[in-house]
Write a protein that binds this ligand. Structure first.
Ligand code: ADP
Ligand code: MG
Length: 552
């Protein structure tokens, strides 16, 4: 047995240890997630070497993680059968944080406010292991590398200034880490506490995890598998598990990409109709964020826009560093990019579904279409607003009753030179068709969208433009109509004389007083004696501004 070497942590490492232990993580329990992730990495690397045939025959042990709690000794132990570490690797990887870059990192820390740390650099630094010092007085690492004739080694430190490395007997290939818990962290020596934490963060880790001899993670990370290998039944079970639901998903959307960043996402839309609770903007997101199967954040509110909160599912991205606190994660540029990519893909998914299975889409639209309207009025970016508007469906003067068309359908039928998409809000098709506003448009054979829900008028006015065309209420149109005239053609027997028209106008002015702005004569109307027009729905605009002002 060789001598015990005493080493000093590099000065930078010491300072970093302090930062990690005190402020990098918001929850102490994440040390478990970090250790499981390291164990899982070590096992994956061994699996890779096995595949390449670089591991000697007798080294082909099963790939597992074992966790043990000891409530008497107050220890937490985690053991893997992975690649293990050589003496040099112990010194390089556990003795030094971020070998080459720690100086630069610390300088960066000085320059930036603490809140900016995670945004740029931390993810690139190996600091996960040091989270054990948040909960441990002393940490022991027993390890033996997969390399032939590697000795068993023991690494110990109290996380202050120094660590020791010595040879040790009876060490299996792989790594065992024993954390001697601090007085205020004895909870982590309790099986039920650890069981909860492991399930929360590591339920889908690819290798089996045992806690005091019992298997903990039995679920398959469905989002990581090839979409072609996932059956309908598997989707149902998985959806029920992650959404805590009893119904089936009506849609599932499995999305994988490696550019511009690595994403594995699996989204579901429930079969059930949204409840008032689902509609509330207070409701949390139904998404969980993972990095390589390890949970980073439940109810991840920033991954999709607020209005997509009806979507349940998981998002996994290798590019998201594990060791970021919630606060730092919330606002990172990475999360913004992730949200942008996913939002566009989800919008495209619904547009595709509308084409592929229109009937199914319309039933989804009837149940969930209100979220789209919210999406339009709460989104700032006009391109994205129009991508949502693409999903809207309305009856029109040229559709049959019950049939609904898209804004694209409307645009495809527009006459050359026409720049406006016209709509009319009315409680029913009958009232729309007999409306005095519509009369002039029917005469000119111009298609008009019929909006039966009052809020749709607000939504389209708020949208203002679609595909470089103006969205116009025909109520406004009549108001602005250049052909309106104060002079009345007396050659028409049925029309009033100029004098009669003037005296009618005077009489109306006297009766209506300042309830109207102006009274005009028009020849547009045939079957209605008069019509009331508005310049703009001031009240409606005000309503939009005040109730939906919190853009997300
Ligand atoms: P990171 O995982 O980001 O690299 P960590 O601080 O978690 O940073 O770990 C530092 C390094 O220590 C790892 O990159 C790995 O080389 C080594 N290591 C940690 N845990 C294990 C383990 N269980 N088996 C083998 N190597 C490990
Ligand atoms: Mg790690």
């Amino acid at each position: 047995k060789g001598p015990t070497d005493k080493h000093e942590f590099q000065a930078e490492t010491r300072k970093l240890l302090d930062i990690v232990a005190k402020s990098l993580y918001s929850d102490k329990e994440v040390f478990i997630r970090e250790l499981i992730s390291n164990a899982s990495d070590a096992l994956e690397r061994l699996r890779y070497l096995q595949l390449k045939g670089e591991i000697a025959g007798d080294e082909k042990t099963t790939l597992e993680i074992h966790i043990a709690t000891d409530d008497v000794k107050k220890t937490f132990t985690i053991q893997d059968t992975g690649i293990g570490l050589t003496r040099n690797e112990l010194i390089d990887n556990l003795g030094t944080i971020a070998k080459s870059g720690s100086k630069a990192f610390l300088e960066h820390l000085k320059e930036e406010s603490a809140g900016d740390v995670g945004r740029t650099l931390i993810g690139q630094f190996g600091v996960g292991f040091y989270s054990t010092f948040m909960v441990g007085d002393t940490v022991e690492v027993y390890t033996r590398s997969y390399h032939a004739n590697s000795p068993g080694l023991k690494w110990t430190s109290d996380g202050s200034g120094t660590y020791e490395v010595s040879e040790a007997d009876g060490v299996q290939r792989g790594t065992k880490i024993v954390v001697h818990l601090k007085g205020d962290c004895y909870d982590f020596a309790k099986e039920d506490v650890i069981s909860g934490v492991v399930k929360r963060y590591s339920n889908f880790v690819g290798v089996p995890i045992y806690l005091n001899g019992h298997r903990v993670n039995i679920l398959q990370a469905l989002w990581m598998t090839d979409p072609r290998d996932v059956t309908e039944t598997m989707h149902e079970e998985f959806y029920r598990f992650i959404a805590n639901a009893y119904d089936k998903p009506r849609y599932h959307f499995h999305y994988k990409t490696d550019a511009p960043l690595n994403i594995r996402a699996l989204f579901y839309v429930p079969e059930y109709k949204p409840t008032l609770f689902d509609m509330s903007r207070e409701t949390d997101s139904g998404l969980t964020l993972y990095s390589r199967r390890v949970m980073i954040m439940a109810k991840a509110n920033n991954i999709l826009p607020k209005w997509m909160r009806f979507i349940r599912g998981v998002v996994d991205s290798e590019d998201i560093p594990l060791n970021l606190s919630r606060e730092l994660l919330q606002e990172s540029a990475l999360i913004r990019k992730l949200r942008e990519v996913l939002t566009n893909r989800v919008l495209r998914f619904f547009a595709d579904q509308a084409k592929k299975e229109p009937e199914k889409y319309m039933s989804f639209y009837d149940d969930y279409g209100l979220f789209f309207r919210e999406g339009i009025v709460t989104t700032a970016d006009q391109n994205q607003r129009e991508a949502v508007a693409k999903l809207l469906r309305f009856e029109s003067s040229k559709s049959s009753s019950g049939e609904r068309i898209s804004l694209d359908d409307y645009a495809s039928r527009m006459k050359a030179g026409e720049r406006n998409i016209y709509f009319l809000a009315a409680p029913s098709r009958h009232l729309a068709e007999t409306s005095p506003y519509y009369e002039a448009f029917r005469k000119r054979d111009i298609e008009v969208l019929f909006l039966y829900e009052a809020y749709d008028e607000l939504v389209l006015m708020n949208l203002a433009q679609y595909d470089r065309k103006n969205l116009r209420s025909i109520e406004n149109e009549l108001h602005d109509d250049k052909e309106n005239t104060d002079t009345v053609d007396t050659s028409d027997l049925h029309s009033l004389s100029k004098e009669d028209a003037e005296s009618l106008k005077d009489w109306l002015k006297g009766v209506l007083l300042n309830r109207v702005n102006n009274i005009k004569m028009t020849r547009r109307l045939e079957s209605h004696p008069c019509v009331i027009t508005v310049q703009e729905m001031g009240a409606a605009r005000h309503f939009l501004r005040t109730t939906l002002a919190d853009k997300s």
